[in-house]
Design a protein around this ligand. Structure first.
Ligand code: ZN
Ligand code: FE
Length: 256
């Protein structure tokens, strides 16, 4: 059992790549390397030797650095079994309920289709860290490129069941735009309004809004709240099934 040290690297326009380091064993994973150069440079600067890549899904802004980092470090590439054909250099294939040891730190894997059909998320329980790629964002969720609203609602429901103090390490800084949209869905949500003000202040200082806590997502993220009466009533969908409310929120966001 080991508590990870997590280092956040902003790359491209709005992607976050993470280095997750197990101090006990020295193992270091790169989560979703969009690119290789800045990731290798940051690991070098920190004195962390990259031993693994953890991929959540196949999109280029999550696997683009895979082969160059593997070439440079000889690391093991870990990714979703249901999407193994689309993960460059994959060595270890994981699926729902699998456990994987990153050195002395244990990850539990969730299969969370919706954004893509093979998406997975990694939960390090002792560290309280969730690496969820493009499934759950701060105040948002991924677009449904390869899945249905029902699938995505079920995927998000799995993540929502984790403890409130879980830190949500998502892969993009989309929070400020997500907040503007969320306020159109639930304008009376006081926790959301307060959070939105904090987000604006952080962004004005150029600070990241990620990670957030799962507790604040449960209270403010409209995509996690499709089964809350406050939200369905705000949309004039009282009594409608949560996956249909979720579908409505997602389609409004797609057209926002
Ligand atoms: Zn994606
Ligand atoms: Fe992405």
């Amino acid at each position: 059992m080991s508590v990870l040290q997590v280092h956040q690297i902003p790359v491209l326009n709005d992607n976050y790549v993470y280095l997750a380091h197990c101090p006990e064993s020295g193992a270091t994973a790169v989560v979703d390397p969009a690119v290789s150069g800045p990731v290798l440079a940051e690991a070098e600067r920190l004195g962390w030797r990259i031993t693994h890549i953890l991929n959540t899904h196949h999109h280029a802004d999550h696997v683009g650095g895979n082969l160059e980092i593997k070439e440079a470090t000889g690391c093991t590439i870990v990714g979703p079994k249901p999407d193994k054909a689309r993960i460059p250099g994959i060595d270890v294939e994981l699926d729902e309920s699998d456990h994987y040891m990153l050195g002395a730190a244990e990850a539990r894997v969730f299969f969370v289709p919706g954004h893509t059909r093979g998406h997975i998320a990694y939960w390090f329980e002792e560290s309280g860290c969730l690496f969820c790629g493009d499934t759950l964002f701060a105040l948002g969720c991924g677009r449904l490129f390869e899945g249905t609203p029902e699938q995505m609602w079920s995927s998000l429901s799995k993540l929502r069941a984790l403890p409130d103090e879980t830190l949500v390490y998502c892969a993009h800084e989309y929070t400020q735009a997500n907040a503007r949209f969320a306020l159109t869905v639930e304008p009376q949500n006081e926790a959301l309004r307060a959070r939105s003000a904090r987000i604006d202040a952080a962004r004005a200082q150029g600070e990241p809004t990620v990670p957030s806590s799962l507790g604040e997502e449960k209270a403010t993220n409209p995509f996690l709240r499709a089964d809350k009466p406050e939200l369905s009533e705000a949309l004039s969908l009282a009594g409608v099934a949560p996956e249909r409310v979720f579908a409505e929120v997602r389609s409004r966001k797609d057209n926002f």
